[in-house]
Design a protein around this ligand. Structure first.
Ligand code: PLP
Length: 402
């Protein structure tokens, strides 16, 4: 008889990490896989990373502070203050964690009383770990669809209807994974009005904050300074996307003092302290943020080129429709009369192009997510030819059935 807790059987993994071992195994066997599945940023942004890691590794291998080392929290508070436009972020309200996912888990655990029927709102399509973490923490996810006919904008009425006396937190992600849409300043204003006079925490996931392509990159810290002062917002982020270092697992958040007190306890029990070499590396990196900012501009030019290449190529394929994402690192085409799950599997098995389909993002609409941060323009062009080939194949087989 199994000793595994029954609730775990209904919790899904994250498709990108389910596919990754197969992609890695196929590559080890010498197969040429074009991998557009995982949201990895493969770009030499931090050129001397080996030296930084070696220097950091020598600094400290002792236990540390469960909230992160004071000098690391300090440097993160400067980094966050830059996006807060004039608001000074208090280092005492900053905590370090293991990736943005670790920060999300710690902060949601502060809001949730497991088994109490607590509700956490997230928007659909959603980053798969939102659902996973909410379920693992013993709460109910309340899913609010974004308006897919209007560039995945927020539907205020739907959001308002979804807020109940059991709502403990709302997770907001802008720039958005998987659609690349951005919230507008008006969205921030309306969300803040909807939670006024409640004790609902709004968790803003800003892991793609530095990756916007049209100039605008709004942050909750600059648009909702009052809610920051009142302690009703948490912002989480990491160096995974902004500094192209997902394997460093350096995540962080800024929240209120009460939550910080609890996060000290939560992280003590979960993992004692964030890894010390990772934090030392983060300090060296964030101390030189000015350098990385200018290199990031070059990276964004390159990503803009790749994004436009994919959007144009995808829109030339019959039954594929794709808008131009304003942020993040994905294009998210919808597919008319094509089963995206079968399409994705055929694409991988027959042509070696890996991507994700809508199912992991909780989206009922047939769609694919293609990351443009992992492969060169030449390989993206090859991927487009292969997508076109499978689309032709599907079209002909549908014709011959009819
Ligand atoms: C929206 C969003 N939030 C959080 C994460 C997790 O980031 P990290 O690697 O820092 O845990 C990701 C990773 O893809 C993401 O897309």
């Amino acid at each position: 008889m199994s000793t595994v807790s029954l609730d775990l059987l209904s919790i899904q993994g994250e498709a990108a990490f389910d596919i990754k071992p197969n992609v890695d195994a196929a590559r080890r066997e010498g197969l040429d896989v074009i991998d557009l599945s995982i949201g990895d940023v493969q770009y030499p942004l931090v050129h001397n990373i080996q030296d930084i890691i070696c220097e950091a590794g020598q600094k400290s291998l002792r236990y540390g502070n469960p909230l992160g080392e004071p000098e690391v929290r300090e440097v993160i508070s400067h980094y966050l203050s830059q996006r807060a436009h004039g608001l000074d972020i208090d280092p005492q309200k900053v905590f370090v964690s293991i990736g943005a996912k670790g920060a999300l888990t710690s902060v949601l655990r502060c809001s949730i009383q497991p088994g109490n029927g607590d509700e956490i709102i997230c928007f659909q399509p959603f980053f798969p770990s939102y659902l996973g973490v909410i379920q693992l923490l013993g709460a109910q996810a309340v899913i609010v669809p974004l308006n897919s006919t209007h560039s995945y904008q927020l539907d205020y009425r739907e959001l308002e209807r979804s807020i109940t006396s059991k709502t403990k937190a709302i997770i907001v992600n802008s720039p958005h994974n998987p659609t690349g849409s951005l919230l507008t300043p008006e969205d921030y204003r309306i969300i803040s009005q909807l939670v006024a006079n409640t004790s609902i925490m709004i968790v803003f996931d800003e892991v793609y904050h530095t990756l916007t392509y049209n100039g605008a990159n709004p942050s909750a810290l600059s648009l909702l300074p009052d809610l920051y002062e009142e302690g009703q917002i948490t912002v989480i982020d990491s160096l995974s996307k902004s500094h192209a270092l997902p394997g460093l697992r350096l995540g962080f958040g800024v929240t209120n003092s009460e939550y910080i007190h609890q996060i000290h306890k939560i992280q003590t029990h979960f993992f004692s302290c964030p890894p010390q070499p990772t934090q030392a590396a983060a300090k060296l990196i964030l101390d030189n943020e000015q350098t990385y900012r200018s290199r990031r501009e070059k990276m964004k030019q390159e990503f803009t080129f790749r994004r436009d290449l994919l959007v144009k190529g995808i829109n030339e394929i019959d039954n594929f429709h794709c808008s131009t994402p304003e942020g993040a690192i994905y294009v998210y085409p919808t597919l008319d009369n094509i089963d995206s799950v079968i399409f994705r599997k055929s694409l991988l098995e027959l042509t070696g192009v890996a991507c994700l389909d809508n199912s992991g993002f909780g989206d009922p609409q047939s769609a694919l997510r293609l990351a443009f941060s992992t492969e060169s323009p030449t390989r993206l062009t090859v991927a487009l030819e292969r997508i076109q080939r499978i689309a032709n194949y599907v079209k002909h087989s549908q014709h011959s059935k009819n």
